[in-house]
Design a protein around this ligand. Sequence first.
Ligand SMILES: Nc1ncnc2c1ncn2[C@@H]1O[C@H](COP(=O)(O)OP(=O)(O)OP(=O)(O)O)[C@@H](O)[C@H]1O
Length: 255
Amino acid sequence: MEPRPSIRLSGVTKRFGDLVALDGVDLDIAPGEIFGILGRSGAGKSTLLRTVNLLTRPDEGTVEVDGVELTTLRGRELRASRAKTAMIFQHFNLLSNRNAASNVALPLRFRGVPRAARRERALELLDLVGLSDKAKAYPGQLSGGQRQRLAIARALSASPAVLLSDEATSALDTDTTDEILDLLARLNRELGLTILLITHELEVITRICHRAAVMEEGRFVEIGAVPELLADPDSRLGGQARRLAARLLGDEVAL
Ligand SMILES: Nc1ncnc2c1ncn2[C@@H]1O[C@H](COP(=O)(O)OP(=O)(O)OP(=O)(O)O)[C@@H](O)[C@H]1O
């Protein structure tokens, strides 16, 4: 029997006035999978990601996380189920007036975790993301890559089963992007964390995603295992990869 999906979207539709931002999206993501959604600006990626924790409520369709249908929940029950997911962002969304340990510990404070336990967990998480020497540093004293590590540590504070990543590497240079992607891949392996990410960068998909979908106008126009899509001469993902290689190598033969 197939394991219960970590995330299941069925017929998810979202309209903004006359605009159909999501058009009946179906998606199953397995526990421990890294799934990437690639698409141009305006394709509907952010709207889709935000339906998974119901920051955006779909007009039609259902959203299940870990077997719980979020679309039927409200108030306290919804907040409790939302804790199974955490989110990271392009611009980190850290609190600039709190040091690194305090940024990580704050969500635990809201959950009523006692001070000593909060501190211990914060230091453990900073260590996990390679920032154990930065506990007292403020976000303004950290590099972009270190800030994203800190945001990842904070996202993991309540031990979510699912991490949602909204263009988390888009503001970073290539080497730092690779470091953050490698960190996400390690957390996926070591913690069994399911990761759903959206990106407009092909390299993010090819470096860490097990499966991917290409999104256009609120629909998936392609979905599959990344190695298979890359090897398929007719796939959009493969086509993009070959065009990128040709550009980088300046070699039309690669097309
Ligand atoms: N709150 C909103 N009100 C009205 N229209 C919206 C709203 N949010 C998104 N849209 C529209 O829905 C469509 C999909 O937007 P979305 O942000 O999901 O795309 P995206 O693929 O994430 O793009 P980007 O990469 O630029 O963030 C766009 O046409 C956008 O203008």
